[in-house]
Design a protein around this ligand. Structure first.
Ligand code: 9MR
Length: 501
């Protein structure tokens, strides 16, 4: 993290059903949803039952028995950063500590998150390097550990502070060129260090047949809004990056260093923000969780525990939120020890559980509870079997009249705040299967759609039309799917009209 974040906070004082976890080639698979098992007594076991990993950041000096007992994922807190392992030509050096951590993880059946490749901070000898040299480093780092690393943070903290939604201006972002001056780096002719780094990483993964997943990671991107209800422009910018480069990006990390900076608080729309990224098809992870005691008026008992519970629940409620990592074991060993933001007190291998630990364990043990049981989040995932399987001809004539008229209905639920909203639209087929749908709704004047997911959109204000995308048009009788959109202004009362084809 930009050291400025901590600095800002200190100086200005402004103002953070169960499933089985399978480790398949280093990746997490949520296997099945069943009935709740007996309460587990470690974070890793409870998380595995709920179909996610629960990890910790550590260095070799912190590898006491608690690490393997409580956690099933490990992030090197500092030992895989370019400052430690990169030479100025992008070769590797000093990989001993990283190897120790990877070996420990392997022996304790833990996933590893590589952290991190392209970052403006702690770049060491790589500072100021060209894209070609960054690409060399990306290839070397990926190939060095191969599938022993399940997830790699390819790009870290690419976006600027203070909720501007802009890219950082420091190297490596000085490698960016906005050819047509339209303020983004997505056009033909533009140069984008994010895109080019992910393209390189994806090539290496494909060439080596690796299962390693490629992530983008940032902080202050957790809520749809920030304190006071202002849209979270940094989160929106990250969303645009992931949407534009979806073919290269597999996962998104919300660092979740929650504190009393207005951009870093825990908002009620955390889950909706996780969901909109998940709806793009990427895995979402909470990657560096710690929760400042200031967020509960220095109540590091029930207040902090409640905040931890909220964050864990938001992740559990989204099927593609597949892991949570806390940024250290004990308060005393944290990068911001005075804020007492972790799950244990004590130190040096002698740790005591805090109320926050008990809350996290308890919440994990409750498992994933779908918010809307009639439309699980998996409806947004393209079906793995062809949707056109011919129906088996019934041997007995149907008792209901044949060929009922295809039809559909739609309902909207809104999450509004001052100046904007997110709408989730549920489309349900009538008494006959449908092959496609379109939904029209009329926005009041002053309201406009800024982006949509799981639907093709035409129009942005007044009468706006949404059509199905390739994987969610075909619905059986009575079956539902969901799409969403984000807008500015006030949505008012929306009356969607659904037409089936
Ligand atoms: O926790 C890390 C601390 O020990 C280092 O001194 C610091 C140097 O920048 O990095 C800390 O980890 C950061 C992580 O790599 C990226 N996100 C913010 C984390 C906290 O600053």
């Amino acid at each position: 993290m930009d050291s400025g974040l901590k600095q800002r906070k200190r100086v200005a004082r402004i103002a953070l059903p169960t499933a089985a976890l399978l480790l398949v080639g280093g990746a997490v698979t949520v296997q099945s949803i069943g009935s709740a098992a007996a309460a587990e007594t470690t974070l890793r076991a409870a998380a595995a039952n709920a179909g996610l990993f629960f990890g910790v950041a550590a260095s070799p000096g912190r590898l006491t028995s608690i690490v393997g007992q409580e956690f099933n994922q490990l992030t090197p807190e500092n030992d895989m950063k370019p400052a430690t392992i990169a030479t100025s030509s992008g070769a590797l050096q000093n990989t001993g500590n990283a190897d120790t951590l990877v070996n420990y993880a392997q022996s304790n059946n833990m996933l590893v998150r590589g952290h991190t490749m392209v970052w403006h901070s702690q770049a060491g000898a790589l500072q100021g390097a060209s894209q070609a040299t960054l690409n060399t480093f990306i290839g070397n780092a990926l190939n060095r550990w191969g599938n022993r690393i399940a997830y790699w943070d390819v790009v870290n903290e690419a976006l600027g502070d203070n909720n501007t939604g802009s890219r950082r201006t420091q190297w490596p972002h000085t490698l960016n060129r906005d050819a047509n001056g339209d303020g983004d780096f997505f056009d033909t002719g533009d140069t984008d260090v994010i895109r080019d780094s992910f393209i390189r990483a994806k090539q290496v993964v494909q060439a080596g047949g690796l299962t390693t997943k490629l992530c983008i990671n940032d902080y202050d991107v957790e809520g749809l809004t920030v304190q006071g209800g202002t849209p979270n422009r940094k989160a929106n910018a990250l969303y645009d990056i992931v949407r534009n480069y979806r073919q290269y990006i597999d996962c998104v990390g919300f660092q979740a260093h929650f504190n009393d900076n207005p951009n870093s608080i825990i908002t009620n729309d955390l889950q909706a923000n996780i969901q909109r990224f998940a709806d793009l098809g990427v895995e979402v992870h909470i990657t560096e969780l710690d929760i400042d005691d200031d967020l509960s008026n220095n109540d590091i008992g029930a207040g902090q525990a409640e905040n931890y519970r909220k964050v864990v629940r938001a992740c559990l409620n989204v099927a593609k939120c597949t892991g949570i990592t806390v940024w250290g074991i004990a308060d005393s060993e944290s990068w911001r020890s005075s804020e007492r933001g972790l799950l244990f007190t004590g130190g040096s291998g002698n740790y005591q559980k805090k109320a926050a630990y008990t809350a996290v364990l308890d919440e994990l043990n409750k498992g994933r509870v779908p918010v809307n049981p009639t439309s699980p989040a998996s409806t947004t995932t393209p079906p793995t079997t062809p949707p056109t399987t011919p129906p088996v001809t019934p041997s007995v004539p149907p008792t209901t009249p044949p060929n009922p008229t295809p039809g559909c209905s739609a309902t909207v639920s809104l999450n509004s705040w001052t100046g904007g909203f997110v709408a989730t639209v549920k489309v349900t087929a009538g008494s006959a299967p449908i092959n496609g749908w379109s939904v029209q709704l009329t926005l009041p004047s002053g309201a406009a759609v800024t982006n949509a997911w799981n639907a093709n959109r035409s129009g942005s204000s007044g009468a706006v039309q949404f059509g199905n995308v390739s994987y969610n048009g075909r619905l059986n009788a009575g079956q539902s799917t969901e799409f969403g959109f984000q807008g500015t202004g006030a949505a008012g009362n929306l009356s969607p009209v659904c037409t089936a084809s």
